[in-house]
Design a protein around this ligand. Structure first.
Ligand code: DGL
Length: 274
């Protein structure tokens, strides 16, 4: 095994198109409280979901350049769209170990399904990339997979429209076809969807388990750090730093909803210079 003793004190870098990756950060903070973390949210160029693969790759590369400048030991691509469209690309360019949210979510779903019928919901970018389908099929060729883009869920979650009649109507419409497929497991393949667990669970019914890729990714991060001897040696709480590419005040305000607690200082980064 590589001697990583010099890297263990360094931070985990997390990036996302904006605020949503805080659902992943929240689970990482919970599971790995002693780790230092640098979070970058690309709020100035959000959303990534409707963009082309080329642009998402370019953005992801700049996000990684910023995190590497912060001296991170490990990078978590918390954004499903960036994981779907850019993870393989950035992994080829950099030496820093990286993890996206797709594989942990796919593995979580395979562990839970009994019927081998799995649903996936996400942004247009994630669903049209077929990243979850490819990953699921590579792990188990016998699976039946049904996907649906649910782009409006992102705005609803950011507006705090969680348990509102409008959210329910939109969710019913989005989930109608997938519900007819008798799946028993549904992957919430977008950073924002864990906030809408309740209406989604109500509509899908008791027989369908929801897979929160944020939780699965936090577990996979811990596992990857352990396997590469990169866990923090510190016994005290880790330092958490937040950076965005626009509107730090809005990030602080809306971010609380995603992180489940107040966010302190937020730095502003000129991401186009990376
Ligand atoms: N973070 C994105 C994802 O998980 C959702 C928001 C966006 O479209 O940028 O796919």
């Amino acid at each position: 095994m590589r001697d990583n003793s010099g890297h263990r004190n360094k931070a985990i870098g997390i990036f996302d198109s904006g605020i949503g990756g805080l659902t992943v950060a929240r689970e990482i903070f919970r599971l790995l409280p002693n780790e230092n973390v640098v979070y970058f949210g690309d709020t100035g160029r959000y959303p990534y979901g409707p963009r082309s693969p080329e642009i998402v790759r370019k953005f992801a590369r700049q996000d990684v350049n910023f995190l590497i400048e912060q001296g991170v030991k490990f990078i978590v691509v918390a954004c499903n769209t960036a994981s779907s469209l850019a993870l393989e690309y950035i992994k080829r360019i950099y030496n820093v170990p990286m993890l996206g949210v797709i594989e942990p979510g796919a593995r979580g779903a395979i562990e839970k399904t009994a019927s081998n019928r799995i649903g996936v919901i996400g942004t247009h970018g994630t669903i049209s990339s077929k990243a979850y389908d490819k990953c699921l099929r590579a792990l188990d060729g016998s699976l039946k997979i049904y996907s649906r883009a649910c782009p409006l869920f992102v705005a609803l979650a950011e507006e705090g429209y969680i348990d509102r009649p409008a959210t329910r109507l939109i969710a019913e419409d989005y989930l109608r076809d997938i519900k007819r497929k008798s799946i028993d497991t549904l992957i919430l393949g977008c950073t924002h969807y864990p906030l809408l667990k309740k209406p989604i669970a109500d509509i899908m019914g008791r027989g369908v388990r929801l897979i929160d890729s944020a939780e699965e990714t936090a577990r996979a991060t811990r596992q990857a750090l352990l396997e590469s001897a990169l866990t923090s040696p510190s016994a005290g709480p880790g330092k958490r730093q937040f950076f965005v590419s626009d509107s730090p005040d809005k990030f602080k305000k809306v971010g609380q909803l995603f992180l489940g607690k107040k966010i302190g200082k937020v730095g502003l980064v000129d991401i186009n210079s990376y």
